[in-house]
Design a protein around this ligand. Structure first.
Ligand code: KG4
Ligand code: ZN
Length: 340
């Protein structure tokens, strides 16, 4: 750990959350998220509305993050920002703001890959939370991604499996939409699933080679199932909502765990971390706790505030790049498809 105080101001704007955080030597001083409610009425994120809301939110969110951290702009050592992947219009707001602020303050600029940050969130200094040791496997599960990553160092990551179509968060959200639940439906499916019978209904699991995933067929299976059942009984959804949600969740978690088990077997690495919005799901959290008991894995489950999009994870990734003096040029641009 360095002697001096390294204060990173981090900015995240890849999708529909405008977020800023301040970290001092890897410890969170503030972590502010403005979630955009405007998308709910459309049943999904509307990119143009997202970028406009980012523009409105970014200044107040950054002010709040600095105020809560009790620091002023001249105390900031570097600005870290999400370069991608994400929605181009959304990324542009955070990227332009970060570039201008770093240039204005004449301090280093650090670019961060959003998916790497979901993984590096496990390195935030938190009492009561162990940090993973390298190498470990990370499963990033969100509204835009589903990946299994072999992590050999902070920035040495290899994607060994990923979705060939929809992300797992979309499988949750689209199934929820079919059931008439508002966007984003993932947390609601989770909520109802807690009181339902996971074996009440059976949904097919996709057959995909290797460590890759596919969720588009699952969503169609849910659609056909609901259409068939509501034809027989128009009140089918209301009468069975909890059981349907529990069965959907049980199937999705089964798909994720099957691939994770395969990845552990193939790599011989049984340290497993999860990240991304879907890692807030109670089913996957329980499945990993069970895996520790049943198969002797060591599992890392993030704190709730670091599961969905946040700037603290961008800050911790930025901090580790700062230590390596891995700075970006002020001419850097956003990248909506950003592989690592
Ligand atoms: O990481 P994130 O905030 O944004 C993206 O980068 O996509 O993930 C959002 C996704 C949404 O699909 C949301 O429905 C899902 O995470 N999600 C959940 C839960 N909480 C959030 N899915 C299932 N169960 C949850 N408890
Ligand atoms: Zn995310």
């Amino acid at each position: 750990m360095p002697d001096q105080k390294i204060n990173i101001l981090a900015i995240e704007s890849s999708c529909d959350d405008t977020a800023a955080a301040v970290l001092c030597n890897g410890k969170i001083l503030s972590n502010i998220v403005a979630t955009q409610e405007v998308h709910q009425q459309y049943g999904g994120v509307v990119p143009e509305l997202a970028s406009r809301a980012h523009q409105q939110n970014i200044v107040p969110v950054i002010h709040q993050a600095l105020a809560k951290a009790n620091i002023v702009k001249k105390d900031v050592s570097a600005i870290a920002f999400t370069r991608g992947p994400g929605l181009m219009g959304s990324l542009l707001v955070g990227t332009s703001f970060a570039k201008s602020l770093a240039m204005g303050l004449n301090i280093p600029l650090i670019e961060v890959n959003h998916m790497q940050a979901h993984i590096l969130a496990h390195f935030i200094e938190e009492d009561g939370y162990d940090k993973p040791e390298f190498p470990f496997l990370a499963m990033t599960i969100s509204g835009g991604h589903t990946q299994i990553v072999k992590v050999t160092d902070y920035f040495e990551m290899e994607v060994i499996g990923e979705t060939t179509d929809d992300a797992v968060g979309e499988a949750f959200d689209k199934s929820a939409k079919i059931l008439g639940l508002p966007y984003p439906g993932g947390p609601l499916v989770d909520k109802y699933a807690k009181e339902g019978n996971p074996k009440a209904f059976k949904f097919p699991k996709p057959k995909v080679d290797g460590l890759n995933f596919s969720f588009s067929g699952f969503k169609t299976a849910v659609l056909y199932f609901v259409q068939r059942e509501t034809k027989n009984d128009p009140e089918f959804i209301e009468k069975n909502l909890k059981d349907i949600c529990a069965s959907i969740q049980y199937t999705i978690i089964g798909i994720l765990m099957d691939k994770l088990k395969k990845a552990v077997k193939e790599t011989g690495i049984n340290q497993v971390a999860i990240g991304g919005g879907v890692s807030a799901n109670s089913g996957i959290r329980q499945a990993l706790k069970d895996a520790e008991k049943k198969w002797g894995w060591k599992c890392y489950i993030p704190k709730f505030e670091y599961t969905t999009d946040n700037a603290a994870m961008i800050g911790i990734a930025g901090y580790h790049k700062y230590l390596k003096k891995d700075f970006a040029d002020y001419s850097i641009t956003a990248q909506s498809r950003y592989k690592f």
